[in-house]
Write a protein that binds this ligand. Structure first.
Ligand code: AMP
Length: 255
């Protein structure tokens, strides 16, 4: 047998890639997540979707958070952390995942960095920067399909037939927490509790870049994101780490 075949220094560790989509409510995290899922082939982990599903199906968790969700208030860190880490432990997240709406407080960020650090995950944070006036206008025009959850927007992503889901024909509705008074509460909460997360990331030296998502079509925003990730070599989630000899030829994701 050739020496290379018995080389015990070959490491077949998968290094997951965590793409964190960060931005205020209405900044387009959900839309960009969908583009990234298709491009990178890793799942979207949306805490908003997970929590809404608990409310919709009436679980004990759902009952405990329904009032807060309706008012646009954040739900407790411990609960969100548990849901997220359980989700990330599933096999489809092995190569990586897109985090949409998490972390949203410095406490969640600290816990995320601790757990991901222990797992050897490569993180990159994409900050979608949007003018608040644009957000208020955008969210006023937002409609959701109550059956499949697809989001539409009167400005940037209209359904073929007004008020009707393209995918299943259901009548579109305004999400409870997209009502203007709730949007304002959510933006205030974002400023007070979530924006400081950026400072936590900077202090921890996490890779972070900003994308202007105010006045461009979603596809154009995505092209910017794609270029930024490509320039950092972050286009192959879960790239297998190779033996030291081979490592010189292939760069490890995130290094
Ligand atoms: P989203 O769809 O991401 O805007 O989230 C909708 C709602 O779910 C928020 O207004 C919060 O009530 C709750 N939520 C989502 N993600 C989190 C999080 N990371 N921490 C606390 N609450 C969250």
């Amino acid at each position: 047998m050739a020496l290379a075949d018995t080389d015990t220094t070959t490491v077949n560790a998968v290094r997951p890639l965590a793409v964190v989509l960060f931005g205020s409510p209405g900044s387009g995290k959900g839309t960009q997540s969908k583009f990234l899922v298709r491009w990178l082939g890793i799942p979207q982990v949306s805490t908003g979707d997970m929590l809404r599903e608990h409310v919709r199906t009436g679980t004990a968790i759902g009952k405990s958070i329904a009032a807060r969700m309706k008012a646009g208030e954040l739900v407790p860190d411990r609960l969100v952390n548990e849901l997220v880490f359980e989700r990330l432990s599933r096999p489809d997240c092995e190569r990586g995942y897109i985090l949409d709406g998490y972390p949203r407080t410095p406490e969640q960020a600290a816990e995320m960095l601790r757990v991901l650090g222990a797992a050897g995950t490569a993180e990159v944070v994409i900050h979608l920067v949007v003018d608040y006036n644009v957000i208020i206008a955008r969210m006023a025009g937002r409609r959701v399909c109550p059956t499949c959850g697809t989001l539409y927007n009167a400005i940037s992503n209209r359904p073929v037939q007004e008020g009707v889901c393209d995918l299943d024909g259901a009548t579109l509705v305004v999400r409870e927490d997209d009502r203007p008074e709730v949007v304002r509460a959510r933006l205030n909460e974002y400023e007070a509790l979530t924006r400081p997360v950026l400072e936590s990331f900077r202090q921890a030296g996490v890779k972070l870049f900003e994308v202007n998502a105010s006045d461009q079509a979603p596809q154009q925003v995505f092209e910017q994101i794609r270029a930024e990730l490509a320039s950092r070599g972050l286009t192959e989630p879960g790239l297998v780490e190779q033996s030291p000899a081979a490592r010189g030829r292939t760069e490890l994701v995130g290094k």
